[in-house]
Design a protein around this ligand. Structure first.
Ligand SMILES: [Ca+2]
Length: 498
């Protein structure tokens, strides 16, 4: 950047304090090569989406309408084989944000309070950036609901429904079906709402981050915006439902006998007698698919607002964007609904990076990555040391050149000692009881035929099994409940007349 460009940038930024970061102070060396501490560090816009599976236009889904995610994806590098560390909100986010895989932290489910469980000295991603001179601000769902630690942040948009509460009060989220405008089958909740976008919490999270982006910055910033949708309830303004007329919904391709070659441990995860049986009985499968699609498009509209606002932000040219969804979602494939399983639908999720000066527009990476690489990659770009406890490694080379060699599989863990290993061709699953599944994505992208028992696949399996995490902490005591949940339960019990 020339001196003139720097001056223009500062003027645009409306920020004299930033000069302290960019330029030597009087008395400091006039050497044009800045020292490490003076180097301009990139700002970070960290975007988390909840429960968005691979149903986005840019990954090839033909019916979903995601024009904003699609246009953002063209600006940098998007991944076609990106996988969560765990197919469940809390363990996925805890792994990504602490740098510890579920087996290393012992955080396996939504009830496990990471704040009580992770080893002492574990520094979260936001805290690490806060400790190293970044202005760290968040909104919405970054950590799983109720498990936010405010002291890790310089600022956070708090309040009911805005990321720090498990049960937000917003339209369509309440507990009363008639009054709160939702419908559904069993625990699957949805319904078109007669309200505006701004009545939903995600809208407020985006507005808050946009406001922050417009403010003068004295430090490099780390702004995190976590969108709740398309997490259930799939209750969004009715205009999003209107995008998907019921008679035009394309249903997921499902093989009725798909579970026949899945071991018992996998069938137990699928729970075919649960949500799927209820959906079949109700005859409302298509409506559920429509509702999920509508909610994705609402999420996409929020991403659109964010991009449009970001493009007006004075720091845009020195701000990298990292966008991820915490895991995928089943809509009846393998007679399974929701996440909570190790198959492709539950583990694959949208993931992209736009890094000024590093990624080139139109980059597509087909390498297998999981989210353990996010923490060290952000440290890499910010010039920060990577804390010792952080697993994973920087994917800078894939962002510079999406075709660069990469020999790491993506690894996903669900509950104690059940793991999936995904390479560009193979998907290997090993359950805690030792039973296995193996799918050849070269021939079977829908994972219908389990090859694990084929003698000719023994060596492939052995290669993949080497990647299965070996040291896995036991499930924490306490019935899988957070401390607050346990306290509440104990209080209730004490109040009960004997
Ligand atoms: Ca099958």
């Amino acid at each position: 950047m020339s001196r003139m460009q720097r001056r223009d940038f500062l003027k645009l930024a409306g920020c004299s304090a930033l000069g302290a970061v960019l330029f030597p102070r009087p008395g400091q060396s006039a050497d044009p090569a800045p020292s490490a501490s003076e180097k301009k560090r990139p700002n970070i816009l960290f975007l988390a989406i909840d429960d968005l599976r691979d149903w986005v236009g840019y990954l090839g889904n033909k019916q979903v309408k995601t024009p904003n995610l699609d246009r953002l994806a063209t600006r940098g590098v998007y991944f076609t084989r990106s996988f969560c560390a765990s197919p469940c909100c809390n363990p996925s986010r805890t792994a990504l944000l602490t740098g510890l895989r579920p087996g290393s932290s012992g955080v396996y489910s939504n009830g496990h309070d990471w704040r009580q469980i992770v080893p002492e000295g574990t520094v979260t991603l936001p805290l690490h950036f806060k400790n190293n001179g970044y202005h760290v601000v968040g909104a919405g769902k970054i950590f799983h609901g109720g498990l936010l630690r405010l002291s890790d942040w310089d600022g956070y948009l708090t309040g009911k429904g805005l990321g720090d509460e498990e049960d937000p009060v917003e339209k369509g989220r309440g507990k009363d079906k008639t009054k709160d405008g939702w419908d559904g089958v069993g625990g699957l909740r949805w319904g078109p709402l007669d309200c505006a976008d701004k009545d939903l919490a995600d809208y407020q999270s985006v507005s808050y981050i946009l406001k922050k982006l417009g403010e003068p910055q004295g430090k490099p910033f780390f702004f995190a915006c976590g969108l709740h949708k398309p997490h259930m309830p799939w209750s969004v303004p009715k205009k999003y439902y209107a995008l998907y007329p019921l008679d035009q919904i394309e249903m997921p391709k499902v093989l009725e006998t798909d579970l026949d070659d899945v071991p018992r441990a996998g069938v137990a995860m699928a729970k075919p007698d649960g949500d799927h049986a209820a959906i079949l009985k109700s005859g409302r499968w298509k409506e559920a698919v429509q509702a999920y699609l509508a909610t994705i498009s609402f999420c996409d509209a929020m991403i659109g607002r964010l991009i449009d606002g970001f493009d007006q932000c004075p720091n845009k040219d020195n701000t990298l964007i990292c966008l991820w969804s915490d895991h995928g979602w089943h809509l009846g494939e393998k007679q399974h609904w929701r996440k909570f399983a190790l198959w492709e639908e539950a583990t694959r999720a949208p993931y992209m990076w736009i890094v000024p000066g590093v990624t080139k527009p139109g980059g597509v990476c087909h390498r297998t990555v999981d989210y353990m690489h996010i923490y060290p990659t952000l440290c890499d770009f910010a010039g920060l040391p990577v804390p010792k406890h952080v697993e994973g490694e920087s994917i800078r080379k894939l962002l510079e050149n999406p075709a660069a060699p990469w020999d790491k599989p993506a690894i996903t863990t669900w509950q104690f000692n059940n793991h999936a290993v995904r390479t560009e061709r193979w998907h290997y699953i090993r359950y805690a009881d030792g039973t296995e599944e193996l799918y050849d994505h070269g021939r079977d992208p829908l994972e219908w035929t389990n090859l694990a028992q084929k003698p000719e696949c023994a060596s492939v399996k052995a290669d993949l099994a080497q990647w299965v995490p070996k040291d896995n902490k036991p499930t924490p005591a306490g019935g899988g409940k957070t401390r607050e949940q346990r306290d509440r339960k104990a209080k209730k019990r004490a109040e009960k007349p004997s």
